[in-house]
Write a protein that binds this ligand. Structure first.
Ligand code: HDD
Length: 737
């Protein structure tokens, strides 16, 4: 049952959280007894700020009712406009100032509310309150983002994705400001402006937008070998996720957990999506940028509206403090990951995103994350990238959100009380009472007073530090290639091909030949075959022959090949025209929905469609408004509609597009004839399609007899769950079409 979070019920506002959707999947609610009500605390706090203008009279910001908002005040109907028109001036002035500076990085993002709940107490490792009790539900706000592009850029560009989470805990706000890649380009924050200047559009002409495919980025890379590891991740499929719902999150930097006894562990944070980690193809991602620049936003918004709440498990990697130097990499180096096979990820809880925002600007644009937002039980490490980040985020909000009171913006407010002597400043929303705003004081009996640790006061972890004041890099940060090779070794054949393809596109777009040559030479140090294959595609000389660097280790956990595979929430286009078979369409729709997939009828136009036996269907999309790019699979149901579809170039293109992007395609009975007039014909030329069992090849499923509908449906769902059939692209490349 939905729970009403506000006494006031107004039309058009969403005051409800469907609690049934926030319980842990597969877990009986008995396990956690009755969850405490914390999960709704943030939404309750936001509710009084919601505005609803329905059925209200138009007013100025001063509350004066207006009779007209269409005509400015003039002398005579054709005369000049008067300065005294306060309504005109207020309306235009407000409009003139509607925009704020976009984030200097991660400008394009998309946020949602959710709930975090622990599986088991972490009291052994940390005293953070929200990590003690599995009965407590902590409200969260998550913002996903791309890094390089501006606010209006496309979602599916090749880029790192931000995964920033704000936990509104009983100890105050805790932020994990992470990415979907576990390592970073640079080791010291002082290089961040250089990295970002190189990656962003070039300053003389502001070209190109939202891409690393240009000279300045690769110039930076070849002159900064510490970038090698993250460049490999960025050239991999990780940088073109299928969905925000299907990517991992990593805190990247090393933090500390401190327990009630003062014992510390180094910790890295992980988010693991329950739908698995899945990606687009390069060609598909690039085309989607034009067809649907909002692809990831739309996907997330729709999933939440449909009740397909995205879920991520929370994991921690823990290293006892006395084992800081037990590894063949420095655990403070942010260009290194901690291999899961060496330091296992302990799964300790789950995040469910269950509510879209009410207003993008107020919530998603104004939310301010900062890695320095920590709570008692969590502390920093000396990671030099993290140390610099602790300053930068706070600082950037001052110009982005216009002054030091940005934490008073509703989305940024903690759900616990705030008491201090900070006063005034731009946009002060609080009315502090009394004459005292200093400490110590006698006039207010030292209020507000510091809390000791037993009362929940934050005490910085006591750490002994000694050394020379020095501007230099630790020797232990100097190995840039071992883990880069380790990542390359961990990739499947298809993933390796995609990485090479990405290099060919990205570095192939560079104009300066010396830079291109240097990239091929640099990545030959990762693996000789990588360097030579890059060189072959970008028109430079093969790199000098070098011996492999001897790293043979690999990690199955790094390959997306080994991820969770499920048909849940996968989008399937059912291609239908007049004469379709309603039994086939109905049965497949039911089976797909039963598997948690999201089928959609795509007609030739949006006109109602008539099937056999006068059955009727209302298409959700047409061949003009839809594209195979937006679906994970295409189904061609049986019926007399196939003759018309065969003649339709858009229908054939739809199938070819899905085919070349390695998506699952299903053809039932007459539907096979449509397959035969697409590029699938070359792939399936020696197949007879006869026999009773469904026929499957490289993600193409076909069936010839109506009696075999059920096994066909089961096989189609199985293939859909595979996500993509990468082997098909090699097959298609070798065929004469
Ligand atoms: Fe950063 C935003 C993630 C290094 C400076 N960063 C920002 C966001 C994410 C990250 C997800 C968007 C937050 C949101 O949605 O509002 N950044 C990272 C990660 C890093 C990293 C995982 C490496 C481990 N960042 C980094 C460094 C610096 C910054 C080294 C500066 C020294 N980042 C910023 C920033 C931003 C930001 C300029 C822009 C907007 C904002 O902070 O609020 O301060």
């Amino acid at each position: 049952m939905p729970i009403c979070l506000c006494n006031k019920i107004s039309k058009g506002l969403r005051y409800y959280i469907d609690e049934s959707k926030t319980t842990m999947k597969g877990e009986s609610s008995m396990l956690f007894n009755k969850p405490s009500d914390n999960s709704t605390k943030k939404i309750e706090q936001l509710n009084p700020y919601l505005e609803n203008d329905m059925d209200q009279k138009l007013t100025t910001d001063n509350g004066v009712k207006l009779t007209n908002t269409d005509d400015s005040l003039k002398i005579g109907e054709r005369g000049p406009t008067l300065l005294e028109d306060f309504h005109f001036r207020q309306k235009i002035t407000h409009f003139d100032h509607e925009r704020i500076p976009e984030r200097v990085v991660h400008a394009r993002g998309f946020g949602a509310h959710g709930v975090f709940q622990l599986y088991e107490s972490m009291a052994q490792y940390t005293k953070a309150k929200f990590l003690q009790n599995p009965n407590v539900k902590t409200p969260v706000f998550v913002r996903f983002s791309t890094v390089v592009g501006s606010r209006g850029s496309a979602d599916t560009v090749r880029d790192v994705r931000g995964f920033a989470t704000k936990f509104y805990t009983e100890d105050g706000n805790f932020d994990i400001v992470g990415n979907n890649i576990p390592v970073f380009f640079i080791q010291d924050a002082i290089k961040f402006p250089d990295l970002i200047h190189a990656i962003k559009p070039e300053p003389h002409n502001e070209v190109p937008q939202a891409t690393t495919a240009h000279d300045t980025f690769w110039d930076f890379v070849i002159n900064t070998p510490e970038t090698a590891h993250m460049v490999m991740w960025t050239m991999s499929d990780r940088a073109i996720p299928r969905s925000f719902r299907m990517m991992q999150g990593f805190g990247v930097n090393t933090f500390r957990f401190i327990n009630a006894q003062g014992k510390a562990h180094f910790v890295k944070f992980h988010w693991k999506p329950l739908l698995g980690v899945h990606s687009l193809m390069r060609d598909e991602a690039q085309k989607l940028s034009g067809k649907d620049p909002d692809f990831h936003r739309r996907d997330m918004w729709d999933a939440i509206e449909q009740g397909n709440y995205p879920e991520y498990e929370f994991g921690v990697q823990l290293i006892p403090e006395d084992q800081e130097f037990s590894f063949d990499f420095d655990i403070l180096d942010p260009t290194k990951l901690w291999p899961e096979e060496v330091v296992p990820v302990k799964i300790i809880g789950k995040l469910i995103l269950n509510k879209n925002v009410d207003n993008f600007f107020a919530e998603t644009e104004q939310v301010a994350f900062c890695p320095a937002n920590i709570v008692p039980g969590i502390d920093f490490s000396n990671d030099p990238l993290l140390q610099g980040r602790l300053f930068s985020y706070e600082d950037t909000q001052l110009s982005r959100l216009g002054g030091p009171n940005f934490r008073q913006i509703p989305i940024n407010r903690p759900v616990v009380p705030i008491h201090n002597d900070q006063r005034d400043g731009l946009h002060q929303m609080r009315i502090h009472q009394g004459p005292v705003s200093y400490f110590p004081n006698a006039l207010a009996q030292n209020s507000p007073s510091p809390a000791d640790e037993a009362e929940g006061g934050f005490a910085h972890y006591t750490q002994k530090v000694e050394g020379q004041k020095i501007r230099s890099r630790s020797q232990s940060f100097r190995d840039h290639f071992s883990q880069t090779t380790f990542f390359w070794n961990s990739m499947s054949q298809a993933e390796k091909e995609h990485i090479i393809d990405a290099f060919h596109f990205e570095v192939g777009s560079v104009k300066d030949k010396k830079i291109k040559q240097a990239v091929a030479d640099m990545f030959a140090h990762v693996a000789p075959e990588l360097g030579s294959q890059i060189a072959a595609g970008i028109g430079v000389n093969p790199p000098p022959v070098t011996a492999p660097n001897g790293v043979t280790a690999y990690s199955p956990a790094l390959s997306q090949e080994n991820t969770i595979k499920t048909a849940r929430t996968r989008k399937v286009a059912i291609l239908v025209d007049n004469g379709y078979c309603p039994i086939a369409v109905q049965a497949m729709t039911d089976m797909l929905k039963g598997a948690g997939a999201v089928p959609e009828i795509v007609g030739v136009t949006l006109a109602p469609i008539t099937g056999r036996s006068n059955a009727k269907l209302e298409p959700g999309k047409s061949l003009i408004t839809a594209s195979a790019l937006a679906y994970d699979a295409v189904l061609i149901p049986a019926g007399d509609h196939i003759n018309a579809l065969k003649q339709n170039a858009d229908a054939r293109t739809f199938i070819n597009e899905a085919l070349h992007h390695c998506k699952t395609i299903g053809a039932m009975e007459e539907g096979i004839d449509l397959l035969k007039v697409t590029d699938a014909a070359a792939l399936t030329s020696n197949m007879s399609f006869n026999g009773s069992a469904p026929w499957v090849f490289q993600g193409i499923v076909a069936v010839s007899g109506a009696a075999n509908l059920k096994p066909f449906g089961t096989e189609f769902v199985n293939q859909l769950a595979m996500h993509r059939h990468w082997g098909r692209s090699a097959q298609l490349a070798n065929l004469v079409l």
